[in-house]
Write a protein that binds this ligand. Structure first.
Ligand code: ARG
Length: 472
């Protein structure tokens, strides 16, 4: 029997039950839902809608339900449609008639929105923390290889040499933007919908701002219709995770390339590599491939949610129940990728010699020659043309550009540019890839990372102690 059975004369058909039940996946929300219910009880006590004794009984029953879930002894009843009804049903079993007062001045519509916002706040914190960990891994790896360098690419064609730390920090900057977005998303997620009722509030004298404060929300809803139908926070979290996933995917693709025999810039540790069932010699970079692949479903989860939301009339519609699995999935997937990629970077060996050899390709000095001519007063377009001709000569005669330059009396003075590592040191404009500005850039990145860490810590203070997700 469901909690709404009074109105109905027959039981729900089993195919509709299968379609509509959500307990099978939303039960993981129990700590957030129970925290929301406890705050709601305190609100009811304050409003005089339940007595102090009744409130104490309700809170004790909710704590017992929490313990049952935590100790894995909560039993779902066949009528529990979702986690909210399961918890309320059990509270009624434990607290009798008093339990039947729990849902006073509340609907599952404001309840589920509250619960899911609490979950999302927790998830945002965790993804942010894990992203910061990966940033630290990248920065540490760069620091540990202070002098290492490799070719920088455009169009995946060798372009100019770059420090390894500069290259890894480029990824770290992208991840810092993700962190920034995740932290910003908190502001719009931390709005309490509790007290909006089914859609229009209630005639009972509740104070939504009180429960908002108890739950550690930054603010409270302004419009009850919006409160129960708004899932912008889910879309935003999904976008932020998808964008992060796209960055991780690009890093994954790069690791795939770096660990090929053709590039040979890095070797994964055995702990983070996989073998082949047939080819005994294989050492595969599945970790990087999966990081690359997962972004597809992260984007899919975002797209699916946006399409689900599109066209929904105000206010709550059952369609909104479909908001959960995409976020659960994106959250779990991105956490796995962050952890595994971090491990892969932390334990991989960077082939300093192979990367430096590739970065000493004489063609990568062509721009330096052109810029040297510019310093001597030659307009850049003409300098480009002159060096381009030398490059063409090297290509057609199958000789190294350095040899062509050394043998040409008009350009032999530039031969020193081709000495190992020289081109790298010439990258010295602000933000460029050479050693000259590396320290400044490193400090800039590290201070931004530290500031993000502080913002993360500030946000967690508001969360009630007993809101801890069971997720990972
Ligand atoms: N399981 C539902 C959801 O996730 C809870 C809200 C149900 N509300 C309703 N009016 N049927 O959205």
């Amino acid at each position: 029997m469901t909690l709404w059975s009074g109105r109905f004369s027959t039981a729900m058909g089993s195919s509709l039950w299968d379609l509509s039940e959500s307990y099978s996946y939303d039960h993981v929300l129990y700590p957030f839902d129970i925290a929301g219910s406890k705050a709601h009880v305190r609100g009811l006590m304050r409003a005089g809608l339940v007595s102090d004794d009744e409130g104490t009984t309700l809170i004790a029953a909710l704590d017992e339900v929490l313990a049952e879930f935590t100790d894995d002894r909560f039993t779902r009843s066949s009528s529990d449609e979702d986690v909210h009804m399961a918890i309320e049903r059990r509270v009624i079993e434990l607290a009798g008639d008093v339990g039947a007062k729990l849902h006073t001045a509340r609907s599952r519509n404001d309840q589920v929105a509250t619960t899911f916002r609490l979950f999302t706040l927790d998830a945002l914190q965790r993804v942010t923390a894990a992203s910061l960990d990966l940033i630290d891994v990248l920065v540490t790896l760069g620091d540990a290889h202070g002098d290492a360098y490799l070719p920088g690419y455009t169009h995946l064609q060798r372009a100019q040499p770059v420090l390894l730390s500069h290259h890894l920090n480029a990824h770290a900057w992208a991840l810092l933007r993700d962190v920034d977005r995740l932290l910003d998303a908190r502001d719009r997620t931390s709005v309490s919908p509790l007290g909006a009722g089914a859609l229009a509030g209630t005639s009972l004298s509740i104070d939504p701002s009180f429960v908002a404060e108890v739950l550690g929300f930054d603010s409270v809803f302004a419009n009850s219709l919006d409160a129960v139908s708004d899932r912008d926070f889910v879309a935003e979290a999904l976008f932020d995770i998808a964008m992060l996933g796209v960055h991780l995917s690009r890093m994954g693709e790069e690791l795939v390339l770096w660990t090929t025999a053709e590039f040979n810039f890095a070797v994964l540790s055995d702990t983070y590599a996989t073998g082949s069932s047939m080819l005994p010699q294989k050492k595969n970079s599945d970790v990087a491939e999966l990081a690359r692949a997962k972004s597809g479903r992260l984007v899919g989860n975002l797209t699916g949610l946006l399409v689900m939301l599109k066209g929904l009339p105000l206010s709550y519609n059952r369609d909104l129940q479909e908001d959960k699995e995409p976020l659960f999935d994106s959250f779990r997937q991105v956490m796995m990728v962050l952890a595994a990629l971090g491990g892969a970077y932390q334990t991989m060996t960077f082939n300093t010699d192979a990367a430096a050899r590739a970065a000493e390709d004489p063609f990568m000095v062509a721009t330096d020659m052109a810029e040297e001519l510019v310093s001597e007063g030659v307009p850049f377009r003409q300098a480009h043309e002159q060096v381009g001709r030398l490059v063409g000569e090297a290509v057609s005669s199958h000789r190294a550009l350095s040899d062509v330059v050394a043998e040409n009396p008009d350009f032999a003075r530039f031969a020193n540019l081709f000495e190992p590592g020289v081109a790298l040191t010439r990258r010295r404009s602000p933000g460029s890839s050479g050693p000259a500005g590396a320290k400044v850039q490193h400090d800039h990145l590290v201070s931004n990372r530290a500031r993000a860490g502080e913002r993360l810590a500030e946000g967690s203070q508001g969360m009630p102690e007993d809101v801890v997700g069971p997720f990972l």
